[in-house]
Every structure is written in structure tokens, then in C-alpha cells.
Design a binder for this molecule. Structure first.
Ligand code: COI
Length: 353
């Protein structure tokens, strides 16, 4: 792609690196690309970050035809810039777009857009431990029209946000409520796709959990309300009898890049990982028999979120206020590779030059 650049004359002051939070600050530039049904992808450009004008009838505002991704850029101690497995995000974005009947962006264009924008904004990459530059690529239906159908005009954007930890608890264990009424996804739906609609429908359960004093929910499958699927905005893993158990990718669970990386790291370290159905009854029984030693969520934004408390129908069946040994090992190894402190023997990092 030939990317044109429009310079920004009003550069912002950088935020305090010690108080970044998540998604509070945005950099000076964004990437934009249009797609029209008669022209395909056109006019890639890096332009000053700012509001976009929408026709009130834009399709995304009515029927939520929107997909997104999340990845991070890290600054290494020797000043290099690393992305983590951007090819995985590019491929997942393609699958999400196929499901939502949206244009499929070639992998090399997805990566080039990110690389060029991150290069331009490299001064925004924070370097304190636990911080990074969060990259949010997304696409939406822009055409004004009220009939329910695929649009003839889409926009693809990339925006950047310097971030610290996603959850206010950071690496402290969180309290999770098992949601037994509302569901996140069903097989045949959009659970495997990263689309805004999945997150919109998750907010009610999240609010209910917060009202009861929990930070997030553990989702059960949408048909039987029986098998554990995901936690909050992350995949979830349990250590039962020393083996790591996580839900299989059968259509309703998001194929997380962090999930995949954790599974490979665990296997490499000699752990047994079981991608299988785990019923809430088996999970409760494991906890009561003392076999459940750790539980944690995994995701790009949060990296790892240890679970300290698990409650189902008002019964607390798991309590572990300490971050577990495996959770800590995974956090240290993954962030070590991502920030260039540890050897990247899997070839996961992608240097922005
Ligand atoms: C991520 O982990 O990057 C995500 O996309 C989750 C998000 C909803 C914050």
C-alpha cells in the first residue's frame, strides 16, 4: 500500500506514564482506509487523530456491522519496538469479517498499516514495566441506508492508546460470578468473531456482577448453561490436578492470541493442557475436593487476570487470594518475550524497523 500522510500541527502533551489506566489517552495520528463495493480498498492514509463525521443512517449505527482487534507494541530495554504475533490478529480479523459479511483485508496490509502508524507514533510507547502501546484496528459499515444488508462502503481504522493494566486490580486476583441466566454466544452465532455486538450484549451480566461485588463474570455455554466458556473479556483456564483445562474452540469461544500463546508455553514447560468441555458441576466438585489450584483469564489487554474467588448461585466455591505459581510463571514468561527480556524461541515477536 502507498500510504499518504497528513501532518498534525497540534501535537498533544504525553500523559503521566505512571497513571495511564486503559484506553484513556489516544495518540496524535490514526490510520484510515476506505472500501467501496465498486473500487475495493482505497486511499490508505495516516491523518491527525480526531472525530469522524457520520450520517445518522450509517449502517453501523443501526445494525452493528463492526469488527475489531487488539494488540500491543512494546519498547525493549535496548530501544527496539516489538509487536506480538500481529499475523494472528490479521488472520482473526479476516475470519471475523467473513462472518459479518465485511471486506477481508489482506494480512500484509493489516500489518503494514499498524507498522507505519506505530513507527510514526513511537514516542508514545511507554516503557515502564506493565505498560505498552495498545493498538486497536477496527472496521465498520459507513454507508447510510436503513435496509438490513451488507454495506457498500466501509472504513478501516487503527488507533493507538498508551496503556497500563486493563483491570484496576492489575495482577491481583479478581472475584468472578458465574452467570447462569444471560449468555454471551452460541455455536453458529458470532462468539468466535471479534465484533462489537458480542461486547454490547455482555454488559448487562457485567453490571449485575459488579452490583453484587464481583469484578467480572464467567460465561457458561448458551445452550445448556452448563459448560464454562470465557471470563469477562478473556479466555479462561483452570489448573485441575496439575493439568490445565480450557474450553475448546468450537464456535462460541474467542480464539485468543494470548490463549494460544499460553497453551504453547505451558506445553513447552511440560504441562498437560486439555482443551475440552468442563462443566460447572465438575469445576465446583474439583474445587471442593481441593483439586482446583488456580484459575485465570487470559487476553491481550489484561495479559493474565488471576481469579481469587468464584461464586455460582450465591455459593462461593473457590477462594484463593494469592496469585498462583503457574499464573505468575505465565505472566513473567509472556511479558518477558513480548518486551524482549526473554529469548523468543517461538518467533512470536515482530520488530518494527
Ligand atoms: C483485548 O484483550 O485486546 C480485547 O480486545 C478485550 C477488550 C474488549 C478490551
Amino acid at each position: 500500500m502507498e500510504i499518504r500522510v497528513i501532518e498534525n500541527k497540534n501535537l498533544k502533551a504525553k500523559p503521566d506514564k505512571n497513571a495511564l489506566g486503559f484506553g484513556k489517552y489516544y495518540t496524535d495520528y490514526m490510520f484510515m482506509l476506505d472500501w467501496y463495493s465498486d473500487k475495493g480498498f482505497t486511499d490508505p492514509r495516516i491523518i491527525p487523530y480526531g472525530p469522524i463525521e457520520f450520517d445518522p443512517a450509517s449502517l453501523v449505527l443501526h445494525y452493528a456491522q463492526e469488527t475489531f482487534e487488539g494488540l500491543k507494541a512494546y519498547k525493549t530495554a535496548d530501544g527496539r519496538i516489538l509487536l506480538f504475533r500481529p499475523d494472528m490478529n490479521a488472520k482473526r480479523f479476516q475470519k471475523s469479517n467473513e462472518r459479518l459479511c465485511m471486506p477481508v483485508l489482506p494480512e500484509e496490509d493489516f500489518i503494514q498499516a499498524i507498522v507505519e502508524l506505530v513507527k510514526k507514533e513511537q514516542d508514545w510507547i511507554p516503557d515502564l514495566p506493565g505498560t505498552s502501546l495498545y493498538i486497536r484496528p477496527f472496521m465498520f459499515a459507513y454507508q447510510p441506508k436503513l435496509g438490513v444488508h451488507a454495506a457498500e462502503h466501509y472504513k478501516f481504522l487503527v488507533i493507538l492508546s498508551p496503556v497500563g493494566s486493563y483491570y484496576k486490580e492489575g495482577l491481583q486476583p479478581v472475584k468472578i460470578y458465574v452467570e447462569d441466566q444471560l449468555v454471551r454466544a452460541v455455536k453458529g452465532g458470532t462468539g468466535f468473531a471479534k465484533c462489537g455486538g458480542n461486547y454490547a450484549s455482555s454488559i448487562l451480566a457485567q453490571m449485575k456482577a459488579e452490583e453484587m461485588g464481583y469484578s467480572q463474570v464467567l460465561w457458561l455455554d448458551g445452550v445448556e448453561h452448563k459448560y464454562v466458556e470465557e471470563v469477562g473479556t478473556m479466555n479462561v483456564m483452570f489448573v485441575i490436578d496439575g493439568k490445565i483445562v480450557t474450553a475448546p474452540l468450537e464456535g462460541s469461544v474467542l480464539p485468543g492470541v494470548t490463549r494460544d500463546s499460553m497453551i504453547q508455553l505451558l506445553k513447552d514447560k511440560g504441562y498437560t493442557v486439555e482443551e475440552r468441555k468442563l462443566s460447572i458441576q465438575e469445576l465446583i466438585a474439583s474445587a471442593k475436593e481441593g483439586k482446583l489450584s488456580e484459575a485465570f483469564g487470559t487476553g491481550t489487554a489484561a495479559v493474565i487476570s488471576p481469579i481469587g474467588t468464584l461464586a455460582y448461585k450465591d455459593e462461593v466455591f473457590f477462594n484463593n487470594p494469592q496469585i498462583g505459581e503457574i499464573s505468575q510463571m505465565l505472566y513473567d514468561t509472556l511479558t518477558g518475550i513480548q518486551t524482549g527480556r526473554l529469548e523468543d524461541k517461538f518467533g512470536w515477536t515482530y520488530e518494527v524497523k
